[in-house]
Ligand binder design. Structure first.
Ligand SMILES: Nc1ncnc2c1ncn2[C@@H]1O[C@H](COP(=O)(O)OP(=O)(O)OP(=O)(O)O)[C@@H](O)[C@H]1O
Ligand SMILES: [Mg+2]
Length: 416
């Protein structure tokens, strides 16, 4: 940073010095007479003053371009739509190139013909334009700034119906603005394409698997972040307070119980963090993670849980399958504890030739569908179905009052 500053100032000094000398000799040539020392000195001071003014004006223009670039790249990060962004760009150019006429011109992507009622622009071949390229036409200069869904977008710069004179640094600034705009427009196009895909998908299937997938992965990222935040902040603070208390426990016996409460809370929050996102789910693998979950349920509640596994090749457990299966088992066991009054649960996982089958069965009170269908704030069972759907699986739930619950689902493990 400091080096750059020194380099810039040396450059500025050198520029000013060369300008001063030039100006000085020019003044000498113009006067063409024998001068006295006093006049020489005056000329010299005048030259330095003049060239400094020139250099500062030059630097000031560069700063204006830089500021404009910062301003516009910040705007690009905002969520405005393509038309709004292009409008902001024309405003930005207008605010710097005062007094010039700035207009938008659109060309149809398929026919390469001008679209809409525009200012008079002579017909030009736009097929080989590059982003940021500026060309002069009879009516003005045109700058290529990118593409919208069906249009190539250009900016027309003119002064009283003629092309404007574009200096080198001005051209660089316009080029950079065009690059920023083009990449922002490109991102918007890609997002729009994805949204269209999701909508089309949604029309074909009753519920979009792609959308569920996106939402589940966003929720997984959020859970991981939350678990990490709680672990790094609250738990660490509580551990610190606990350690501080240890020094005083000997002296003030009655604060012993505060330390115990703190330790219980640390343990509780740790468990919640584990539920939010088991730290070693991918490292431990699905089967071991499910076993850990089962062991926790067995030791915390009066439940007999058996887990039968017949899987020969655990490379079928992709990240998607691992997370989805883990979350499904987690919800089923939570429901069993919350609602089922079951004493016995059996989980079975069987790898078939091209599919993976999973079965959950409990001997509890079963689901009263009349009650469940009228509930509006239950998401567990819906989430399970959504997860099976987003793995393109098929499922079957069988339950009724006093019939326990049986859920069976199967997903394909064939690589498409
Ligand atoms: N194993 C089960 N045995 C008996 N009833 C069940 C079982 N699992 C779910 N239920 C019933 O189905 C309802 C819906 O379950 P779901 O998991 O969708 O919601 P929830 O557990 O009430 O709330 P959450 O959104 O926190 O999961 C439950 O309220 C419960 O009445
Ligand atoms: Mg539930």
């Amino acid at each position: 940073m400091k080096d750059n500053w020194v380099k810039l100032n040396i450059e500025q000094f050198a520029r000013t010095f060369v300008f001063s000398l030039l100006l000085f000799f020019m003044l000498l040539l113009i006067t063409d007479s024998q001068l006295q020392f006093k006049q020489y000195s005056l000329f010299f001071v005048l030259s330095i003053f003049g060239s400094s003014c020139l250099c500062f004006t030059y630097d000031d223009r560069n700063k204006t371009y830089l500021r404009s670039l910062f301003r516009f790249s910040e705007l690009c990060q905002e969520g405005s739509d393509a038309d709004q962004l292009i409008k902001e760009l024309t405003n930005e150019i207008q605010s710097v190139l005062l007094g010039k006429q700035i207009a938008l011109i659109n060309y149809d992507k398929k026919t390469l013909k001008l679209k809409g009622n525009h200012i008079q622009v002579p017909n030009i071949n736009i097929s080989n334009f590059k982003i940021g390229e500026i060309r002069e036409t009879a009516s003005g200069s045109i700058l290529f700034i990118g593409e919208k869904c069906d249009t190539f977008v250009f900016i027309h710069l003119s002064h009283k119906g003629h092309p404007i004179k574009i200096r080198e640094n001005e051209a660089d600034w316009l080029r950079m603005l065009a690059f920023c705009t083009a990449s922002a427009l490109q991102n918007k196009l890609l997002i729009q394409k994805k949204i269209d895909e999701i909508i089309i998908d949604d029309q074909h299937k009753c519920k979009s698997a792609v959308l569920s997938k996106v939402l589940f992965s966003i929720s997984e990222i959020e859970r991981t972040k939350l678990a990490q935040d709680i672990h790094d902040s609250i738990i660490q603070e509580l551990i610190f307070v606990c350690r501080e208390l240890e020094y005083h426990v000997e002296k003030y016996k009655d604060i012993y119980y505060i330390r115990e409460i703190l330790l219980d809370n640390i343990q509780y929050i740790r468990e919640k963090c584990f539920d939010l996102r088991p730290p070693f789910l991918m490292e431990m693998g699905l089967l071991r993670s499910i076993q850990v979950l089962i062991d926790k349920h067995k030791s915390n509640y009066q439940l007999d849980i058996e887990f039968f596994v017949d899987v020969k090749d655990d490379s079928i457990f992709t990240e998607d399958i691992t997370i989805n299966f883990y979350r499904i088992v987690q919800e089923l066991l939570t429901n069993a504890v919350k609602h089922s009054k079951a004493s016995y649960i059996v989980l079975t996982m069987i790898q078939k030739k091209t599919s993976l089958m999973f079965v959950y069965e409990d001997n509890g009170i079963g689901i009263d569908w009349n009650k469940v269908n009228s509930k509006t704030n239950s998401f567990g069972l819906t989430g399970i179905k959504e997860r099976i759907n987003c793995m393109s699986g098929i499922h079957n739930i069988s339950s009724g009052v006093n019939e326990g619950l049986l859920l069976r689902f199967e997903i394909s493990t064939k690589n498409e």
